[in-house]
Ligand binder design. Sequence first.
Ligand code: COA
Length: 240
Amino acid sequence: MSDLILVRNQGAIRFISMNRPDKLNAMSESLVDDLARELHVADDDQGVAVIVITGEGRAFSAGADLSDWDADNPAPAREVAAGLTRVMGFYGQLVAMNTPLIAAVQGYVLGGGCNLAISCDLVVAGQSAIFGYPEVRLGLAATGVTPTLVHQIGRKAAFELLTLCDNIDAEKALALGMINRIVADDQVLSEATKMAEQLASFNADALWLTKQTLRRAADLPLGKAIELGLDMGFTAKMYQ
Ligand code: COA
């Protein structure tokens, strides 16, 4: 494993941390690949009840790594397509995870970093966290992050964030439903750990089936979602 991602266990909780603090955890291809791999490993591990995702240093993540990006010399279309396919695969992986995910965020939470955070089931933020989607302001089409954001917060709010590109504070992010809790900056990890411990204390199958039902029901019309709830209820009986 590279040192771009730090992994540690505390009981049944796996902490997975992005470790590029000098670059505000900008999400390079290698960082995304390593993070995706560690999430797969954790999701396959029966001993892991909850995953907490964090970023080392003063920012959770400043989003996509822009160090090789040159507005005047765009990368070849195939290269762009390959990069986008990789990152969309990553967002798809996040929503398909069986294990509950908690994001513990502080400082800048931008672009792809914001998408990573809001893809988690629960988000705890420090009071001075800053959220935003700078892509369009930079001249980049925000195609990668738009699907998750609009699913999470709806059209009007997503359009505003994606196109006016103004950063928002934690209070606004809470009001929009992007995060669950705001705590003092130095309490983010302990609050996320407390939530993880609470989840880990419950029946793992009940949690898993509830998470899967919620994920699938959110994307269905209500009638279909109710049928799904019934089917998942029968599935649940098999585990009791
Ligand atoms: N990609 C690559 N490197 C990044 C980065 C990114 N998205 N965001 C920050 N960094 C790097 C900086 O280049 C700098 O590296 P250096 O010390 O080697 O010069 C380091 O992280 C610290 O960033 P810095 O800009 O000095 O910190 P700041 O507190 O003054 O500003 C931000 C913080 C987040 C406002 C600023 O870094 C920024 O605007 N980053 C880009 C955010 C962005 O547009 N994300 C892409 C979304 S598609």
